[in-house]
Design a protein around this ligand. Structure first.
Ligand SMILES: Nc1ncnc2c1ncn2[C@@H]1O[C@H](COP(=O)(O)OP(=O)(O)O)[C@@H](O)[C@H]1O
Ligand SMILES: [Mg+2]
Length: 379
């Protein structure tokens, strides 16, 4: 199950923040060794003492540790020689050209795809509320509704009048609500006719458009994606288009979640997207008198997290205010910040931004100098 190529695929999700390409493509991964669940990875940086080093190192550890079957990850860092550096610059320039043509999402943006094996578990409610909670932490946040036909984000955020418009460079400008930059087919589809046109479009193509034709703010710290249910085309397209994407898996507390778990784990493996953690939604109900009822069973979230070998990062109780917030277009974390579900979601968002910290914005000046020198040499 755990092999070199799957580790390499996971490492393709580690983006060098300065060069905007993944570390495998850049030739920075020099060796992968496995000994049972112990993995040793050799990384070559352009120069050894770079401030970016910490981020690359911790991203490598995070991505590989998240893989099933991995117990411990050791990263060994070395410096590149002259020849390796020129090769790296070639690849970085190639990637810069490709990026300009494909996605408008900055390689510095952390991408969190909220997924589950099935519908109705609360992906959209969580996506909307997590995005709002992350924005409330002071980060700049985008929210992409990738549920192309089953969109619910606009309604949940109360966007009823505004529609997406093209900006100066003819790219679509996300609609901003309370500090969250939103894109959804629900903000395009006006009538039956347009809806039919979208229906004819391949799902993966629609996602590609959302990534390439939208003027996402360059300073976006996080992009939260509300995924359609299941494990199909969109998931695979996401992994291809945004290699830095990571999954948050939503489940309900029923222990019978095993089948769903297997499907999500399989998709994560096939698409090489690491799972950051599991969120258990609709975890019981507490009355005003403090009586707790486990309406939909208990333990499913922890069981799924154990299965996937990732942390359980939140348990969100059943709370009628979540439904009300969704129906009225005011996410519960904003409308009722003291409600049980709201505090649980805010804590989950906090854990999420700790597990997936925003990309460092300091640049490595000495390293840039070296790269500039390289560029001058290469002409
Ligand atoms: N914690 C919760 N407590 C109560 N109702 C919830 C909770 N989470 C979601 N819901 C409700 O469950 C229904 C399905 O949620 P939704 O977010 O649309 O799921 P999905 O996107 O996975 O299909 C919605 O009516 C929503 O308001
Ligand atoms: Mg949904």
């Amino acid at each position: 199950m755990l092999d070199r190529s799957s580790i390499e695929a996971a490492l393709r999700g580690v983006i060098d923040p300065e060069l905007g390409a993944d570390i495998v493509e850049l030739g920075m991964v020099k060796g992968i060794r496995m000994d049972g669940g112990d993995v040793t990875i050799d990384i070559a940086l352009t120069i050894a003492a770079c401030p970016m080093r910490d981020q690359i190192e911790s991203d490598v550890v995070r991505k590989v540790t998240a893989m099933p079957g991995v117990d411990r990850v050791e990263v060994r860092i070395a410096a590149m020689n002259q020849e390796e550096r020129s090769r790296l610059m070639d690849r970085a320039r190639h990637r810069a050209r490709e990026n300009a043509a494909s996605t408008q999402v900055s390689p510095l943006t952390r991408v969190i795809a909220v997924s589950s094996g099935k519908g109705g578990v609360g992906k959209s409610s969580l996506s909307v509320n997590l995005a709002a909670a992350i924005a409330d932490q002071g980060f700049s946040v985008g929210l992409l509704d990738a549920d192309i036909w089953g969109f619910s984000v606009p309604r949940m955020l109360g966007i009823t009048e505004v529609r997406l418009q093209a900006g100066e460079d003819r790219r679509i400008v996300p609609v901003e609500v309370d500090g969250v930059h939103v894109v959804s087919t629900g903000l395009i589809v006006e009538d039956e006719q347009t809806a039919l046109m979208w229906r004819g479009l391949m799902l993966s193509k629609a996602l590609e458009q959302f990534l390439s034709d939208v003027a996402w703010p360059a300073t976006l710290d996080y992009l939260v994606i509300d995924m359609p249910p299941g494990t199909g085309d969109i998931q695979m397209a996401l992994a291809r288009l945004l290699p830095q994407a990571e999954l948050v898996v939503v489940t309900t507390p029923q222990l019978a979640a095993q089948k769903v778990a297997a499907r999500v784990a399989d998709m994560a493996r096939r698409s090489h997207m690491p799972v950051v953690g599991v969120v258990e939604n609709m975890s019981g109900f507490t009355t005003d008198e403090g009586r707790h009822y486990t309406l939909f069973g208990a333990g499913g979230g922890q069981a799924l997290a154990d299965d996937l070998g990732v942390p359980l990062i939140g348990q969100i109780p059943l709370d009628p205010l979540v439904v009300e917030g969704g129906d009225e277009g005011h996410p519960v974390v904003r409308a009722h910040p003291g409600a049980p579900a709201a505090t649980a979601i805010a804590e989950t968002a906090k854990r999420l931004t700790e597990l997936v910290p925003p990309a460092a914005d300091e640049t490595c000046t000495s390293r840039i100098a070296i790269l500039a020198e390289q560029l001058a040499h290469l002409g």
